[in-house]
Ligand binder design. Structure first.
Ligand SMILES: C[S@@+](CC[C@H](N)C(=O)[O-])C[C@H]1O[C@@H](n2cnc3c(N)ncnc32)[C@H](O)[C@@H]1O
Length: 275
């Protein structure tokens, strides 16, 4: 009889803690900004994101500490090991007079956090035009303990840096001035959906919404040191067209599990990159 009462109590406890966990989950979801999630179980994740969510720790090793994502951010976020390797390459190869890095499309913060963690930069400037995604990046940088090293900008990077005529009032003059004098630019733009996967050689001029030449020609108005993070199948002939005479444009593939995820093209006066 006593044993029966005990097992009923254990069952009640389990029921309560399941309920409690659900309540905690619900209230933490409630307090998140609109469009932001921290999915904790597969059932919560929209079906088309499940394969990305299952790679969670490879994307952010601190995922369980409460990483925030928008549903779109899952498609474009740079995996932590790749982001750290890129950050190390850029830190090692940057000209010595460069003290600022601008992450022009910061997304949920994958690269921005790695740049801040590298310890190389006086300041990391991170730009993102989607408010919910920017909220994720800020929150994620807090989790990694580097938020105080980053200055955040909400808006269109081309407008904020004064690279287009569409909205001259949006230019942040101080950002433009500092970036021009001391900055290198890293840009991981949207690639226009998964279409690049089906082409053996990806035509970089078909990239949407910003073509490769638009990106390169725009950013080089600010600094000659520009790194573009591009699909792994990118047409190298298009990249080589912009190599200045007597300088080499270095292209590095970044892999996980032996497979290239993407490549970075290093334009400008970088030291020779070592693996
Ligand atoms: C491929 S994702 C960047 C991912 C990021 N590297 C990361 O690890 O999280 C591209 C991001 O650029 C943003 N974006 C697109 N156009 C932009 C623009 N003109 N200015 C600033 N951000 C922009 C998108 O909202 C998206 O979050």
């Amino acid at each position: 009889m006593a044993r029966k009462r005990k097992s009923r109590a254990v069952a009640e406890d389990a029921k309560w803690s399941a309920k409690k966990q659900k309540q905690t989950q619900e209230s933490s979801e409630e307090s998140l900004p609109e469009g932001v999630h921290h999915y904790q179980t597969l059932e919560e994740v929209p079906w088309d994101l499940q394969k990305y969510w299952q790679q969670g720790y490879s994307i952010f090793s601190k995922y369980d500490e409460g990483i925030w994502m928008t549903d779109d951010a899952w498609y474009g976020v740079t995996h932590e090991s790749v982001a750290n390797t890129i950050a190390q390459h850029i830190a090692d190869a940057a000209p010595s007079n460069k003290a600022i890095i601008i992450d022009a499309f910061c997304g949920a913060g994958g690269n921005t956090i790695a740049f801040a963690l590298s310890g190389k930069w006086k300041r990391v400037y991170a730009i993102e035009k989607d408010a919910a995604t920017l909220a994720c990046a800020k929150h994620n940088a807090e989790i990694y303990g580097v938020a105080d090293k980053i200055t955040w900008f909400h808006g269109d990077c081309f407008e904020l840096l004064g690279l287009v005529d569409t909205n001259p009032a949006a230019t942040v003059t101080s950002l433009k001035a500092i970036a021009s004098q001391y900055g290198v630019i890293f840009a991981s733009p949207p690639w226009g959906g998964p279409g690049y996967r089906s082409s053996e050689v990806f035509d970089l001029e078909s990239m949407e919404p910003y073509s490769f030449s638009f990106l390169y020609q725009s950013f080089k108005k600010i600094t000659s040191e520009v790194v573009l993070y591009l699909p792994r199948t990118s047409d190298l002939r298009q990249i080589s067209k912009f190599a200045k005479e007597d300088t080499k444009t270095q292209v590095v593939h970044y892999c996980t599990y032996g497979t290239s995820r993407a490549l970075s093209a290093y334009f400008g006066n970088w030291k020779i990159l070592k693996s």
